[in-house]
Design a protein around this ligand. Structure first.
Ligand code: APR
Length: 311
């Protein structure tokens, strides 16, 4: 059986690190694409990563390109192309520039890989996944944004570190947009099956939620020259793995919701079943009035953001 083919558009920090995780997991063959002005960069990174194969023991063809032909027939395409956030810049400031970039990238991909599942990482995420959906014309289940897996991972990490327990034992769920108004659900957070509120006082949970909301900005402020990439790339590769291996994982993803949660035709973070077909189910969880209020506010922010998208 042929290996799966994963194309990664944007060979910068997130793209190249995603190639690394994908190769290490032997998810399939990888094509890393960047703009013609950077000719040599995706090729160099791909060659370097290929040479890690004998050491790490993975078999995968990894090639770099500055044109789209090598991506033809991809099963999964990860879009990381765009500008990264600089200190003081919000995700929304990136909107104009990255809309143009994601639009151009999606046109090429839709033409050459009409059956692919698109995984969008470029920010502002909730708008970029909307752009990719509109421009590709793909069914909504095959266009998914990466946000919730990352935000949830940050939240899980902070909880595990505070309690001094394994990150593997912390399960959590965050809903809403990928922004400062994401909606954590402590009631749905557990540690080895024990609900979090039984293990941690409310003030500490709130402090962790606050840090999680600012998790991206915290890293931008430390790095000064770019934004987070290890965890974002690991997150999108986990989604790619769920698709390629048809694992039917239940993960928080930015998925197209219409009647679901009363969203009305936007991409927002909700728990989904993700497998070979992309989003196979949007899972509905009960929200308290307060949680619903926070979720609606977050969705409203996504709607406002989309209003300023010109495509
Ligand atoms: N086609 C292909 N690649 C492109 C295009 C394009 N039209 N436009 C830009 N790129 C490439 C850039 O040349 C660069 O190599 O996208 C890459 C982006 O890499 P970085 O600047 O290192 O940014 P990164 O940290 O990887 O973040 C990428 O993901 O998390 C989000 O906010 C982040 O939107 C940003 C994206």
């Amino acid at each position: 059986m042929a290996r799966a083919k994963i194309s990664i558009i944007g060979a910068g920090n997130v793209g190249a690190t995603a190639a690394h995780w994908a190769a290490a997991k032997e998810l399939g063959d990888v094509v890393l694409v960047d703009i013609p002005q950077l000719d040599g960069v995706p090729q160099g990174k791909s060659l370097d990563l290929s040479q890690a194969g004998p050491i790490e023991g993975f078999d995968a063809s990894i090639i770099g390109a500055t044109a789209y032909e090598p991506t033809v027939g991809s099963n999964v395409v990860i879009i990381t192309a765009g500008l990264a956030r600089k200190p003081g810049m919000s995700r929304d400031d990136l909107l104009m520039k990255n809309t143009e970039i994601v639009q151009a990238v999606t046109r090429q991909i839709a033409k050459l890989s009409p059956q692919a599942v698109l995984l969008v990482v470029s920010n502002p995420l909730d708008a970029m996944v909307y752009v990719a959906h509109k421009v590709s014309g793909f069914p909504a289940r095959r266009v998914i944004g990466m946000a919730g897996v990352l935000d949830t991972a940050r939240y899980r990490y902070f909880i595990a570190a505070e309690l001094g327990v394994s990150v593997q034992d912390v399960q959590a769920l965050l809903l809403g947009g990928h922004g400062d108004d994401m909606v954590p659900l402590p009631r749905y957070t557990s540690v080895g099956g024990i609900p979090l509120p039984e293990l941690m006082p409310l003030e500490r949970i709130e402090a962790i939620v606050k840090r999680t909301r600012g998790g991206g900005a915290e890293i931008v402020n430390l790095l000064k020259t770019g934004s987070a990439y290890y965890a974002p790339s690991a997150a999108v590769v986990q989604m790619a793995e769920a698709i390629i291996r048809d694992k039917k994982r239940v993960l928080p993803c930015a998925a197209y919701c219409d009647k679901e949660y009363g969203v009305g035709g936007y991409f927002v973070g909700v728990p989904v079943k993700i497998g070979g077909g992309g989003v196979e189910q949007i899972i509905k969880v009960k929200l308290t009035d307060r949680e619903k209020q926070l979720f609606d506010a977050s969705v409203q922010h996504v709607r406002d953001l989309i209003k300023s998208v010109k495509i």
